[in-house]
Design a protein around this ligand. Structure first.
Ligand code: AGP
Length: 619
């Protein structure tokens, strides 16, 4: 059985068809299978016998399907798209496919074009007229600008100009018997039929038509015609195509071969971290740029306090954000649970910045806290994973975490990318206020860029964690301990653990145990001790000895190379060392996996745990 362990961030769904069927029905069917990848707008472009026709609309795929049912588009070649907005809010104009001035080309895109602003300026100076706010539209205009009469060579020329992560599919009115597609960092697969060929972001979209597929490699270009698919590298040299036969059922395929969305989303974290950093570091990698924040240094200097307001996992990310902002920018930060904050009439000065964090951007308590702050006239910055969400629309400024849709109720990649957004903000504030010097800033930026690879390394330890989780899952209690930032991660680890395994789990500041909770520590009860904060190391060890003295079973999670900890605990999981306040990015992955495997061991519905919803849109 082929296990597809590809790690791809999910932002949008692409579908393409060429053959003897009416393209419209194939595109809609494929997009329907891809809607879990993004669903704020959708569209199709079909090259009929006459001109290229485009139909697209904001909203779920059903809205587009209704439009097409009323006025179908005839044609046997087409591309389609279901969107997860990154640049440009969800709207009809921002929906894909995008065309250029004379609508002779249509393009759909999944990913981020980092240099789209420069390209757009150049194209505007050349007289091109844009109709959307998206990065993608520049591709359509570049095609128009460089069209040589041959679509394939034109695409080769265009992709030399764009930087970033992209999966692209293009059709041209003047070459209606062809689809050209390119893959760079975002997924694309092609499917082989008899006298018909298929293209999609993900395998599930193909399985109703074919199980013979080829996954495009990095930098691979596919040219689909009715009779076959030819693949090339970026230099235009032919590449060998290695089809494989997919044995998965459609449902398994939606999870990319993983057993659950949660596991897939845990493994997407390195890519999600990389995408969230993308476009927010200076060219030479020595500083942070936040194009989404047009703040002057004067405005930043006026901020006298920051209130971070969130719920659940997002609240736990906010605690780490407090540590980072106070250390790197020396601005005082309070972190509050939104359901409390919204009712307690907080003391605000005119210069208190409210920072709301919400994966869904729809959490009722967080949204209410945002509205209260706005009513008081305070500036609100939001960190959210959903472009166009209520929080994103109502905040004054927004930082998007580019994790892509998070399907599983238990939040994983959203948390990790919230941490990255908070680190970027902390560095941005610190460098604007000149609290941290250029050398330290470049060290921070360099270290952040190593985190995706280090996360990959941590995920390699999954088999060990699975065995530990199976043992722990026989217990009805678990305690998570940490000091300083490690305690904030312990809180998130305990929440993950309890919400999907249904095992009672508590997190404690390690120094707090002796003030009561130690009474619950009995022989072999699982205790997970996080030990990465060097300045608190000795204290953490002595707390571990307290619980060992009561015969608890202690799992330590510590920096690779720490031989001391092994003498004090029953088992150690090592994570690659990084700077102390980046520790949560390393520590959280083993805790997510521990929770996941404990839940599986107990036979729970991992992705849809009892009593919980993915977005708590009610009080
Ligand atoms: C996290 O695993 C939970 N699903 C939950 O605590 C969640 O983080 C909380 O409801 C906040 O959601 P939000 O980030 O979408 O606002």
């Amino acid at each position: 059985m082929l296990t597809w362990m590809g790690v791809w961030a999910f932002m949008c769904g692409i579908m393409g068809y060429i053959g003897d069927r009416q393209a419209q029905s194939v595109l809609l069917s494929g997009l329907n299978k891809l809607e879990y990848r993004g669903y704020d707008s959708a569209g199709v472009a079909i090259a009929g016998d006459a001109e290229l026709q485009v139909e697209k609309s904001v909203g779920r795929l059903a809205v587009l399907a209704d439009h097409l049912a009323m006025s179908p588009i005839v044609g046997k070649v087409g591309i389609g798209h279901t969107r997860w907005a990154t640049h440009g809010r969800p709207s009809d104009e921002n929906a894909h496919p995008h065309t250029a001035c004379d609508r002779e080309f249509a393009v759909v895109h999944n990913g981020i074009i980092e240099n789209y602003l420069q390209l757009k300026e150049h194209l505007l100076s050349r007289g091109h007229r844009f109709t959307s706010e998206t990065d993608t539209e520049v591709v359509a205009h570049l095609l128009e600008e460089y069209f040589t009469g041959d679509l394939f060579s034109t695409v080769l020329r265009v992709i030399k100009e764009i930087r970033g992560a992209y999966a692209l599919a293009v059709v041209a009115e003047k070459e209606p018997e062809k689809i050209v597609a390119v893959r760079k960092h975002s997924p694309l697969v092609v499917g082989f039929g008899d006298g018909e060929q298929f293209l999609a972001s993900d395998i599930p979209a193909l399985l109703d038509y074919t199980r013979e597929v080829h996954i495009l490699a990095e930098g691979e270009i596919a040219v689909l015609t009715k009779d076959g698919i030819a693949c090339y590298d970026l230099a235009g040299e032919p590449m060998t195509v290695e089809p494989f036969f997919v044995t998965w059922d459609a449902q398994a395929a939606e999870k990319g071969g993983y057993a659950h969305y949660m596991l897939k989303e845990i493994y997407e974290q390195p890519k999600a971290v990389r995408d969230t950093l993308s476009g927010r570091l200076t060219e030479e990698g020595r500083g942070v740029v936040l194009p989404e924040l047009a703040w002057t240094v004067e405005e930043i200097k006026k901020i006298d306090r920051i209130h971070i307001v969130a719920c659940g996992t997002s609240y736990h990310a906010g605690l780490v954000g407090k540590a980072a902002i106070e250390q790197l920018a020396r601005i005082p930060v309070d972190v509050e649970v939104a359901s409390e904050y919204r009712y307690r009439d907080p003391i605000l000065s005119a210069d208190t910045l409210i920072l709301v964090i919400s994966q869904s951007g729809e959490t009722a308590d967080t949204l209410a806290a945002l509205r209260n702050a706005k009513a008081c006239g305070n500036r609100v910055l939001a960190i959210t994973n959903v472009v166009g969400s209520s929080v994103a629309r109502e905040a004054d400024d927004v930082m998007i975490t580019w994790a892509g849709p998070e399907i599983s109720v238990a939040s994983t990649k959203a948390y990790t990318t919230q941490l990255i957004a908070l680190y970027l903000l902390a560095i941005y504030l610190g460098q604007s206020l000149q609290v941290i010097d250029a050398v330290f800033i470049s060290e921070l930026v360099h270290e952040m860029q190593t985190l995706p690879q280090k996360l990959d390394d941590v995920l390699e330890t999954a088999p060990q964690i699975e065995k530990i989780a199976q043992a722990f899952s026989t217990w009805d209690d678990a305690f998570f301990l940490g000091r300083g930032i490690d305690y904030f991660v312990a809180l998130e680890g305990a929440l993950k653990y309890k919400e999907i395994s249904y095992i009672h789990a508590e997190a404690y500041p390690a120094g707090e145990l002796k003030h009561g909770t130690l009474a619950l520590i009995v022989e072999q009860v699982p205790v997970i001790a996080l030990v990465t904060q060097d300045v608190l190391y000795e204290k953490s060890l002595s707390n571990i000895k307290e619980v060992k003295a009561r015969d608890a079973y202690v799992l330590g999670i510590a920096w690779a190379g720490d031989d001391e900890i092994a003498k004090s605990v029953d088992r150690v999981l090592y994570v690659p060392r990084t700077m102390s306040f980046f520790a949560p990015v390393m520590l959280i992955a083993p805790l997510q996996l521990l929770a996941y495997y404990a839940s599986v061991a107990r036979g729970n519905d991992v992705d849809k745990p009892r009593n919980l919803a993915k977005s708590v849109t009610v009080e």
